[in-house]
Write a protein that binds this ligand. Structure first.
Ligand code: AMP
Length: 167
């Protein structure tokens, strides 16, 4: 299979958040290569109350594995990083990885929706994405990431210029 461009959103709000993000990048290196990694953005939890804020990044990633296989791999990486799946709804997590875009595919399966259904409502996805791939378009409506971020009109995320991840 050909190598495809994938945009992943990676977040952590428990434990050593930077180490968790770094471990995700290390694990992902086994199934593809990261060409761009955003700065770390800090935001309040989305969809639930918690005293722990999130550290989020977006990466541009290239892989030849299928979307379904990628979803499975991501699940194992989340497990390796100690995420518990006891809660059915939004909750604190050591690591959360979402497939935002996979090439220009539109996927609507029971366990996988791409583009990720809520990414255009989330500053913690759009802010780091606008940094690394501002011109990339959503295959559903051809809007660019920059347009989606401008439309959302939220600028509360704190960009950590001092924190660096290796990829
Ligand atoms: P979450 O708790 O946000 O990590 O959600 C994980 C669940 O969302 C998994 O069971 C996936 O099957 C499902 N899911 C659907 N679409 C996506 C996507 N684009 N990226 C990651 N998980 C997805």
């Amino acid at each position: 299979m050909e190598v495809k461009r994938v945009i992943l959103s990676i977040g952590s709000n428990l434990g050593d958040r930077i180490a968790n993000l770094q471990e995700a990048l290390n694990q992902l290196a086994a199934i593809g290569s990261t060409s761009k990694c955003s700065a770390i953005y800090e935001t309040a939890p989305w969809g639930f109350e918690s005293e722990h804020s999130f550290f989020n990044i977006c990466i541009e990633f290239w892989t030849d594995i299928s979307p379904e296989e990628l979803l499975q791999k991501i699940g194992s990486i989340e497990q390796i990083c100690g995420r518990s799946r006891t809660s059915g709804s939004y909750s604190s997590r050591t690591l959360d990885i979402d497939i935002i875009l996979y090439d220009n595919l539109i996927i609507d399966h029971e366990n996988l929706t791409v583009p990720h259904p809520l990414y255009d409502q989330r500053e913690f996805v759009l802010a780091p994405m606008a940094e690394i791939v501002p011109e990339l378009t959503d295959p559903r409506n051809e809007k660019s990431v920059l347009e989606l971020w401008t439309d959302l009109g939220q600028h509360a995320a704190r960009r950590h210029n001092d924190l660096v991840l290796n990829f």
